[in-house]
Design a protein around this ligand. Structure first.
Ligand code: ADP
Ligand code: MG
Length: 313
């Protein structure tokens, strides 16, 4: 069994465009059957990474292995074994949903009965079976994007690349697409490589996340590992007598406090990794505050991401 093998292996991968270093020696591995998210702001090199992995671009340095193949020398085989949803949905606006999938099923040389069964299965799974006879040109962006994901998964690829699959979708449509994605990934055991600049999305979908900034991979790990790693803990303190600039200044001067701020009548305090929140509570009480409740909220991936983005370049 190859259950433990890597679907993608990247070592020191680099790519320049003239004087622009779009990717700088990035390395990571994606275990088979997992959902990996490449997270980064616009221009950080996400799409370039996907294009390199699909053999649509050649690296300036380093190497990649995709499903055990070399995307440069075996580009066609890589692209046949993978599904991809890049910037464009690849859908024909004037065709019905069903005919779009039919078309791609033929492109992939899927035999008719298998094609029909797979199309029905996918359309059911994304809740669009009843609407299969509709021309997709009139559909919402969310529906089109769902269909585009189904299109990418049609030929049962072992690995699927999704470049910012929820970009431009409203929160409801994004959430619906994420649910479909997770269900489809689970059902089929497909390895998913997706990019996003949306942190909470990465947190919801991905078991592993890589954080990219200006072509450098700053961190790779499970979202909860990355959260733990920036070494801060957050506590929210509720009560009375917690307001005032002077108190905030005193808090911020404490060695165990990374940052303290006021939010809606309560305090939000980021503490250093090994700080004891009880010390801070004691300090507040000594200043005359009445503390009702202390909530440890931890840090979000967003905090980690912003911290990584702000670290000296
Ligand atoms: N074909 C190209 N020619 C020149 N520069 C490019 C090309 N493709 C990407 N770049 C540059 O490489 C960097 C990374 O781009 P890209 O991978 O598209 O980022 P992202 O997908 O994270 O927004 C950007 O500075 C972009 O302008
Ligand atoms: Mg991009």
């Amino acid at each position: 069994m190859e259950a433990k093998s890597s679907a993608v292996k990247v070592e020191g991968l680099s790519r320049r465009f003239g004087s622009i270093e779009a990717l700088k020696e990035i390395s990571f591995e994606i275990p088979t059957g997992t959902v990996f998210g490449l997270l980064g702001p616009n221009g950080s090199g996400k799409t370039t990474t996907i294009r390199l992995l699909l053999g649509l671009l050649e690296p300036s340095g380093g190497r990649a292995e995709v499903l055990g193949m070399d995307p440069i020398r075996q580009g066609n085989s890589v692209r046949e074994a993978c599904g991809a949803l890049l910037e464009h949905t690849g859908l024909y606006e004037r065709l019905t949903a069903e005919d779009n999938l039919e078309f791609y099923g033929k492109v992939w040389h899927m035999p008719k009965p298998e094609r029909a069964a797979r199309i029905e299965e996918l359309l059911n799974s994304i809740g669009l079976w009843e609407r299969r006879k509709e021309v997709v040109g009139g559909w919402s962006r969310g529906m089109k994007q769902k269909l585009a994901v189904a299109r990418a998964l049609l030929h049962r690829p072992r690995l699927v690349f999704l470049d910012e699959p929820t970009a431009g979708l409203d929160p409801v449509a994004s959430a619906a697409l994420r649910e479909d994605l997770l269900r489809l990934a689970e059902q089929s055991g497909v390895t998913v490589f997706l990019t996003t600049h949306n942190l909470s999305e990465a947190e919801k979908l991905c078991s592993q996340v890589g954080v990219l900034r200006e072509g450098r991979l700053l961190a790779v790990g499970a979202p909860e590992e990355l959260r733990g790693r920036k070494g801060s803990q957050r506590v929210e303190i509720f009560g009375r007598g917690l307001t005032g600039e002077a108190l905030l200044a005193q808090l911020n001067a404490l060695p165990e406090v990374v940052g303290a701020r006021q939010a809606n009548q309560h305090l939000v305090i980021d503490l250093t990794e090994d700080a004891d929140s009880a010390e801070v509570v004691r300090f507040l009480v000594m200043q005359g505050a009445a503390v009702d409740e202390v909530r440890k909220t931890g840090t979000s991936l967003e905090d980690v991401f912003l911290a990584l983005m702000e670290e000296q370049k």
